[in-house]
Design a protein. Structure first.
Length: 371
């Protein structure tokens, strides 16, 4: 139906993104595929009276299947791809000593902030597409194979904590072979509305697993939703070891916590890697001004435009107090704790993808240029 929320007489009818999703779901010639970002899973439960911040990923997957989604995948999978690519890029720049500090590229609002206001640093932005961009590009490529497509057109729906992801999806570099990678982006709030419109008893749904082959991410991928998560996942990737002690040491190096600006360094092959993790654009400005004025020097800067990261994104249910914020971060760290595989480079599905579909197409599907 059409959303008439803004005009009770119906004189102005607004087609929302959820209308588009319902329309695709009703079309038998369309395969509707969803991807769900890490932060979404910890911001849905309390709407249905479940524990604040608890991951309800399994219930979301079930809800989407019931609504008619053909396949449901986890953006955590492509967060792992991002870590693989971004770590390689980081090491390459360190080796050559160029385009440092490396600026993370998974938050579109931060990327826009740099491309608009700190143009000199555009070459420093990682060329990695965001996890949303990578997964959509990979899935669309997978279904370009007629054997996988089975005569159906694929519509990619991305469920994000973020309104800026809508803008990211229509950027010129979110297209592959002239085709849009992500067709529709809906926010967590819009997802809640869809579940309610569909009349599902969300709290009573049994948890279900995502589909294969893009339905599994490592613990490093799932913490992308909280500030510091990308950096922590990169640090895990850079260490050859995966023991509990090493994972704990990394988590305690200064990368966690909800301060707006965190600075720390970690030893790596005889050098000290200097890192800054910031959240909130006001804090990003402080950091970038320091770097610009030569008052600070880093090898890596991770910024999330939303304070505390995507768990507090503009597409998440609002009215979240301090308890909710803390519970969402804890929910993601708990999801990491209960995931057997902690490191992106140990995700077997990711490794298989590099041997198969991605071979020779890494640059085309996983990177973009901002300049
Ligand atoms: Fe979107 Fe905010 Fe996350 Fe950036 S930090 S990707 S703006 S939700």
């Amino acid at each position: 139906g059409q959303c008439r929320a803004f005009c009770p007489t119906g004189a102005i009818s607004i087609h929302t993104n959820t209308d588009k999703v319902f329309k695709a779901l009703a079309d038998p010639d369309i395969r509707v595929v969803a991807q769900i970002a890490p932060a979404v899973r910890v911001a849905v439960g309390d709407h249905y009276g479940l524990q604040k911040g608890r991951s309800v990923m399994g219930k979301i997957v079930n809800a989407l299947h019931r609504m008619g989604f053909d396949e449901v995948y986890d953006t955590t999978f492509s967060a792992d791809l991002t870590i693989m690519e971004e770590s390689a890029e980081f090491l390459n720049r360190i080796e050559k000593g160029e385009k440092l500090p490396l600026l993370t590229s998974c938050c579109p609002a931060w990327v826009k902030f740099i491309t608009d206001q700190y143009k000199d640093y555009i070459p420093n932005i990682s060329t990695c597409r965001s996890p949303q961009g990578m997964l959509s590009a990979v899935i669309k490529e997978y279904f370009r194979d007629p054997e996988h497509a089975q005569g159906k057109k694929t519509v990619m729906v991305s469920i994000m904590p973020c309104t800026a992801k809508k803008a990211e999806a229509v950027r010129p570099n979110s297209y592959t072979h002239g085709e849009k990678d992500t067709d529709i982006v809906i926010t967590t709030t819009e997802l809640l509305r869809m579940i309610d419109n569909f009349g599902l008893d969300f709290a009573g749904l049994e948890p279900e697993a995502c589909d294969m082959p893009f339905g599994f991410g490592s613990g490093g991928g799932v913490i992308f939703g909280v500030t510091g998560g990308v950096t922590e996942a990169v640090l895990r990737r850079l260490t050859p070891d995966h023991s509990k002690e090493t994972m704990r040491e990394i988590s305690e190096c200064g990368v966690r916590g909800d301060e707006g600006i965190k600075e720390f360094s970690v030893p790596y092959k005889g050098m000290e890697i200097k890192i800054c993790v910031a959240s909130g654009l006001a804090n990003a400005r402080i950091v970038m001004d320091r770097v610009k004025n030569g008052e600070a020097e880093y090898h890596l800067i991770e910024v999330m435009a939303c304070r505390r990261g995507c768990i507090m994104g503009g597409g998440q249910p609002t009215r979240s107090g301090d308890r909710t914020k803390a519970a969402r971060a804890k929910g993601l760290y708990n999801a990491d704790n209960t995931t057997i595989i902690k490191k992106s480079d140990e995700n077997p599905m990711v490794l298989e993808l590099y041997q198969g579909l991605l071979k020779g197409k890494e640059h085309e599907l996983l990177h973009n240029e901002f300049y």
